[in-house]
Design a binder for this molecule. Structure first.
Ligand code: AMP
Length: 444
């Protein structure tokens, strides 16, 4: 199956050829014909599968081949859970649609309304938005959804996890009855089914293998190490292997900040990206990371959702996630759409239960490698990680819903041993900065 066989018009084919795409991904091969045929869609597909082009390409085709209901009003509404995802979807729409005379606008919270109002006033064909800010615009009559022909709910499960159900329902009430609806979700919970009842008409179901099936493209490795020495080991790995673009996951925002600061101090340019950062800071950090001014981006799970960084070579789990599925989400940041990648996890004794859960989900063990000089101290006893209660006041992944009630196989057993390990060792052995390889990097 080729893009030409899918019947896409020349302007779109030209744009995707310029992106270097030679053939559709499985989700695209399934979704594109269904959308072109006007069908509603219920697609189980995660970021990394090529789903954005899966809905964007046929939408561009449909819009450019049929007249608008009302000129100037949005014809397509794409709702996403996060600002980052919204920005990335809009960028994809502009990229794939650059040889077509269609206008896009991007609307999300945390930034000023004025530029968005200006863009909306200028006339929009495709509007990409997060739900809350979109409703603000509707409230002040700067967005009019009465002419929407196609609705896309992207990462619908995440939107529900993040508590957007009421906002989504309000938005739905503003849309014409007669429309085509495309829903993308990693999971199909009862909540999702509740949302889709009455919304989707005879939807075409599209499913592609979740990303863990593509994990063959991602080489995975676990480095057993004591908790107190993780940072030191990370610096060594980055140095020794000359990693220049590394996405590092921590469990908490505070952990992300601290690690980014320490890496920066050690001469590795790094920034943290998480929900407490201003939108501008997040956008800047992502841009600097993409163009290699930053070697390391330290992120929490929620901040990393939807980050689209082409061919990201390295993902590091500084801490394992509490929810095994998040591991798959994380390593899906690398080895995307055909490129190979490396995912590395620094695992201390407290995390062995989490690791077992992940290996159970993957249905195979992950290779373990002890770095000489970083052998775990056998006298350190585990402090099992209790889901969501590991650090005070910090919910794992900063989101509720799904994982809140999810029990993990690693819950502490009654009478589990208390930690009696050595106090954390501070400081790193003397190491020169001469080995650093990040030309053009700068501290932040
Ligand atoms: P998505 O799942 O939409 O986030 O897309 C994941 C990545 O795959 C993005 O970086 C796209 O640029 C890339 N991509 C999408 N479609 C294709 C394709 N047909 N061939 C190669 N790369 C693609």
């Amino acid at each position: 199956m080729s893009f030409i066989e899918l019947g896409l018009r020349a302007e779109i084919l030209r744009a995707i050829a310029e992106e270097g795409y030679t053939e559709p991904t499985p989700i695209q091969a399934k979704a594109i014909p269904a959308v072109l045929a006007g069908r509603d869609l219920m697609a189980a597909a995660q970021t990394g599968t090529g789903k954005t082009a899966g809905f964007t390409l046929p939408i561009l085709q449909l819009l450019s081949t049929r007249p608008a209901r009302q000129r100037g009003k949005p014809r397509v509404l794409v709702l996403t859970p996060t600002r980052e995802l919204a920005a990335q979807v809009e960028e994809s729409v502009r990229t794939y649609g650059r040889f077509l005379p269609l206008k896009t606008a991007l609307v999300f919270g945390g930034v000023g309304m004025a530029p968005q109002v200006k863009a909306l006033k200028a006339g929009v064909d495709i509007l990409v938005a997060t739900p809350g800010r979109l409703l603000d615009h509707v409230g002040q009559k700067t967005a009019d959804l009465s002419a929407v022909e196609i609705l896309v709910l992207d990462e619908a499960d995440r939107m529900l996890d993040m508590g957007f159900i009421h906002d989504i329902r309000k938005v739905l009430a503003l849309l014409p009855q007669q429309k085509q609806t495309l829903l993308f979700s990693a999971t199909f919970s009862d909540e999702i089914r509740g949302l889709t009842n009455g919304l989707l008409r005879d939807p075409q179901l599209v499913e592609v293998a979740p990303r863990n099936a593509t994990a063959d493209l991602v080489s995975q490795r676990v480095y057993p190490v004591d908790k107190a020495r993780k940072r030191e080991l990370l610096i060594k790995l980055i140095d020794d292997h000359h990693w220049h673009q590394v996405l590092v996951f921590t469990r908490t925002k505070h952990g992300a900040n601290t690690l980014a600061e320490k890496l920066d101090k050690a001469g590795i340019s790094a920034a943290a990206i998480h929900g407490n950062k201003s939108q501008n800071a997040r956008t800047r950090a992502l841009a600097d990371f993409k163009n290699l001014k930053l070697n390391v981006l330290v992120a929490t799970d929620i901040a990393a959702r939807g980050l689209d960084i082409d061919q990201l070579p390295h993902v590091v789990n500084f801490e394992l996630p509490n929810v095994p599925e998040d591991y798959v989400h994380r390593i899906g940041r690398t080895g995307r759409a055909g490129s190979s990648g490396h995912a590395v996890s620094l695992v201390c004794v407290d995390e062995h239960g989490l690791l077992r859960d992940i290996e159970r989900l993957l249905k195979r063990p992950i290779e373990k490698l002890v770095v000489p000089g970083f052998e775990p101290d056998p006298s350190i006893r585990p402090e099992p990680i209790e889901n969501g209660k590991r650090s005070q006041g910090q919910r794992s992944g900063q989101r509720g819903g799904r994982q809140g009630g999810q029990r993990q196989g690693n819950q502490p057993k009654a009478g589990a041993p208390r930690p009696q390990g050595k106090p954390p060792q501070r400081g790193t052995p003397a190491r020169g900065n001469s080995a650093r390889h990040h030309s053009g990097s700068r501290g932040r």
